[in-house]
Design a protein around this ligand. Structure first.
Ligand SMILES: CC(C)(COP(=O)(O)OP(=O)(O)OC[C@H]1O[C@@H](n2cnc3c(N)ncnc32)[C@H](O)[C@@H]1OP(=O)(O)O)[C@@H](O)C(=O)NCCC(=O)NCCS
Length: 149
């Protein structure tokens, strides 16, 4: 499927792209738990770095990075559409955001990973630091971290 499309990782640009960006986030990270549209956003959307991976015209995945302190970055809202999983898109999103984090002076990146996604982040060099929170009373999260050296 990906052989036949151009791959690009970048920030959404048009209103349509932003709408698809938040739509994908909601579809994957909120809708399955009956959370309303709008619940996929938080107060820091205008103060953060956004990346979408495009396969031709199709948006395959999305993710966001924020700076928590001068040396700590956090990746949030990582979501790859089901039909595009296992093709390296998640890795591309994380790498792109790590690059921004380094440019911003981060010494480490932390994130709260859903239990299902812990293995994905381990492959990308993150380690589990501790248990984190329980989202929607159901989804156990783990605090994970990667140091830049
Ligand atoms: C987790 C998720 C982002 C992974 O995206 P993806 O595009 O399928 O991952 P990639 O294809 O880039 O995988 C990169 C590597 O991680 C591995 N990997 C991917 N998902 C994995 C998982 N759940 N467990 C263990 N390893 C995993 C791949 O095998 C690949 O390893 P390799 O390079 O050695 O072959 C995607 O499955 C997803 O969106 N899931 C639902 C939402 C979610 O859980 N988001 C994270 C919230 S914290």
């Amino acid at each position: 499927m990906t052989d036949s499309c151009d791959l690009v990782v970048r920030t959404p640009e048009t209103q349509d792209e932003w709408s698809r960006y938040y739509g994908l986030r909601w579809q994957i990270l909120r809708k399955p738990w009956n959370q309303p549209e709008g619940s996929e956003k938080d107060a820091r959307e205008h103060d953060t770095w956004h990346r979408a991976v495009f396969c031709g015209d199709r948006m395959a995945g999305v993710a966001r990075m924020q700076m928590n302190t001068v040396d700590e970055a956090q990746i949030r809202y990582m979501a790859v559409a089901e039909e595009f999983r296992g093709m390296g898109f998640g890795r591309m999103l994380v790498q792109s955001l790590e690059e921004v984090a380094r440019e911003q002076g981060a010494e480490r990146v932390m994130l709260d990973a859903r239990s299902d996604a812990v293995g994905f982040y381990v492959v990308l060099g993150y380690r589990v630091v501790s248990d984190s929170y329980l989202l929607f009373d159901k989804i156990q999260h783990y605090l994970m971290q990667k140091e830049f050296y």
